[in-house]
Design a protein around this ligand. Structure first.
Ligand SMILES: O=C(O)C(=O)[C@H](O)CO
Ligand code: MG
Length: 271
């Protein structure tokens, strides 16, 4: 079974951010991911990883002004310099945290800009980022995200993401396959795992229950079934990546809420 990584942005909100590493390790996680490390010194985070025997498996490149509603810069023609500076910063953190992949968010499509111009900027930015990341041994990931959570997000579908990755043809440019977003946008999730994982273009998975983005055993997706499919296909094609647990615990941020909700991990047992 691919390994589960705790998403420290969404899980363990009952603890201050830097204490979430210890909490995840205490629950048996060996890998962690989060959205953004930039409020903390890389050395401080590297220390937490080492203290708790954890691997950093993913984080995001700077997304622009998140608090002002920005959700990535990669498709924005007027922001190329800022995009490039953000990739350089992300790669510094990736090296300090020994993290093998970064997620580059596409951004919101401005209504006044032609889609073709956004697409051209997106592809040239990704090609550039992949070259920079390759020299650091890092994969660049792109993630289709549903427009209920992020209205106007530029990249929404698995097929679009795979077309772009194929067209650019950089071996370290891959798709971040978030099963939660896939179910909301297009469904047929098990068949999409079977279709895309063997291509070699999937760099990472994430999961959450649908529709509320709570624990995977809450909601309309049958994760016992899906995790078995993932396991079967990953074994067939020797895929050894991680599955990020990117959900908001239903019990909220009260003491013990994340740990109490982890019973769903038994769904991954091949019983
Ligand atoms: O929202 C998600 O699914 C993500 O993985 C991003 O990193 C943040 O929007
Ligand atoms: Mg995700």
């Amino acid at each position: 079974m691919p390994r589960f990584a705790a998403n420290l942005t969404m899980l363990y909100n009952e603890h201050p951010f830097l204490d979430r590493f210890a909490a995840a390790a205490a629950d048996g996680f060996k890998g962690v991911e989060f959205l953004f490390p930039y409020a903390f010194a890389a050395s401080e985070m590297a220390q937490r990883l080492s203290d708790h025997g954890l691997q950093q498996v993913l984080f995001n490149a700077p997304p622009g002004d998140w608090d002002a509603g920005e959700r990535g810069l990669a498709c924005l023609p007027a922001r190329v310099d800022e995009f490039r500076a953000g990739i350089a910063r992300a790669l510094e953190y990736a090296q300090a945290l020994k993290c093998p992949r970064i997620h580059v968010m596409a951004g919101l499509a401005p209504a006044e800009t032609e889609r073709a111009a956004l697409q051209a900027t997106y592809e040239s930015n990704l090609a550039w980022a992949a070259v920079q990341a390759k020299s650091c041994g890092v994969d660049v990931l792109i993630e289709p995200i549903n427009t209920r959570d992020i209205p106007g997000f530029f990249l929404n579908r698995q097929d679009e993401a795979h077309r772009i990755v194929q067209a650019i043809g950089a071996p370290n440019l891959k798709v971040q396959f978030d099963l939660y977003h896939c179910q909301i946008v297009e469904g047929d999730v098990a068949m999409k795992i079977r279709q895309y994982l063997p291509t070699g273009r999937v760099g990472h998975f994430q999961l959450a229950g649908v529709p509320m983005r709570h624990e995977p055993d809450m909601g309309e997706l049958n994760y016992r079934y899906l995790l078995n499919v993932l396991d079967e296909v990953a074994t067939e094609c020797d895929w050894e990546g991680w599955v990020g647990c990117e959900y908001r615990p239903a019990r909220g941020a009260v003491a013990g809420a994340t740990t109490a909700g982890l019973g769903w991990r038994a769904l991954a047992d091949k019983t």
